[in-house]
Design a binder for this molecule. Structure first.
Ligand code: HEC
Ligand code: HEC
Ligand code: HEC
Ligand code: HEC
Ligand code: HEC
Length: 194
């Protein structure tokens, strides 16, 4: 072995062990986004709508069951209620007197525009994540997004690292095998990286 080969193999080994080290720590080398909690154009509250009012997640995020993205609902979904619901309970305004936030919602809807919601969760472009397969398999939204039904403002609850994906896949497959079924959650690189 000459000096050059030693240097190259050394660099590769070092790179590989750094990568294994990083993955085993569950770190996200591109920057951990957990805790990201941006303000939205209107203070829409999941704690109120999905928590107190118990509106089903899929009532608004309909696409989660059938496609890659869960999607953000159009304002027509909000207007199903806010044609008539004008205020917070207990506010002194009359029924036909919408609160400033509902006024803003109605005007934005009537003008044909939408809100520019700030995207919170986003994987790097080289990762494939299909919502549909997970929802169809009965994986709860909360196992990846945390207790959204308690959030006034949505916050990224988990780092969504490769380590997190693989840990759950391993556990799910063990459960399937114990139940005598074929494992479905992939561990091969190409399933998540095309
Ligand atoms: C009445 C409609 C409605 C319901 C019900 C609802 N959501 Fe949402 N959701 C929205 C809207 C609007 C946004 C975009 C604004 C925001 O982030 O708060 C959103 C954003 C989100 C986001 C962040 C998306 C991003 O940018 O990364 C997640 C995650 C989410 N919802 C999960 C849930 C879960 C889980 C439930 C059920 C517990 C739920 N939602 C129920 C309307 C709804
Ligand atoms: C199933 C019915 C329903 C849907 C769908 C719904 N809301 Fe609401 N929303 C309500 C009710 C009821 C209240 C008032 C709660 C109370 O009495 O305090 C409310 C309250 C609000 C408030 C607070 C109003 C204030 O006076 O401060 C905002 C903002 C709001 N909703 C936005 C939205 C947006 C944006 C959507 C769509 C993404 C949406 N809502 C969808 C039923 C709904
Ligand atoms: C197995 C983990 C997992 C589960 C379960 C899950 N999500 Fe997600 N969700 C993610 C990841 C990862 C992203 C970012 C995806 C990307 O950037 O391609 C995301 C993004 C989102 C977004 C914003 C972007 C988009 O895809 O539209 C919304 C809204 C959302 N999820 C809602 C939900 C709801 C509602 C449920 C339950 C019905 C749910 N998620 C279940 C992991 C999950
Ligand atoms: C809480 C558990 C859980 C987490 C976290 C999770 N998954 Fe999964 N995933 C599953 C299960 C269960 C399946 C098998 C679904 C089935 O039975 O079809 C699956 C299947 C998949 C598939 C196979 C889809 C297909 O078409 O074959 C892909 C790709 C995938 N997951 C990507 C991801 C990625 C990327 C992440 C991390 C951002 C992730 N998963 C996080 C539970 C999880
Ligand atoms: C279940 C889905 C899944 C599988 C299987 C998977 N990955 Fe990933 N991978 C991810 C996600 C999600 C990210 C982005 C988040 C992160 O950096 O942890 C990622 C990131 C990466 C990165 C970039 C690391 C960085 O932070 O720059 C590399 C390199 C990588 N994966 C290689 C692989 C290899 C090699 C395999 C096969 C041994 C593999 N992945 C299998 C989901 C997966």
């Amino acid at each position: 072995m000459n000096l050059r080969t030693v240097a190259i193999t050394g660099a590769v080994a070092l790179g590989a062990s750094l990568m294994i080290f990083a993955l085993s720590l569950d770190t996200r080398l591109l920057g951990d986004q957990s805790g990201y909690k941006p303000a939205q154009p209107i203070p829409y509250s999941h704690a109120l709508h999905a928590g107190e009012l118990k509106i089903d997640c899929l009532f608004c995020h309909t696409a989660a069951e059938t496609s890659r993205h869960a999607g953000i609902p159009p304002l027509s979904t909000c207007m199903k209620c806010h044609e008539t619901v004008t205020n917070k309970a207990g506010t002194p305004l009359g029924k036909s007197d919408p609160s400033p936030e509902i006024q803003k919602l109605r005007e934005t809807y009537t003008s044909g525009r939408g809100f520019e919601w700030v995207r919170i969760h986003r994987l790097p472009a080289y990762v494939e994540f299909p919502h549909s397969r997970h929802i169809q398999a009965g994986v709860a939204c909360q196992s990846c997004h945390g207790e959204v039904q308690g959030m006034e403002r949505v916050e990224q609850a988990k780092a969504l690292t490769m380590g997190e994906c693989l840990t759950c896949h391993r556990e799910e497959n063990q459960k399937q095998q114990l139940a005598g079924r074929l494992p479905q959650a992939p561990a091969d690189c190409s399933a998540c990286h095309h």
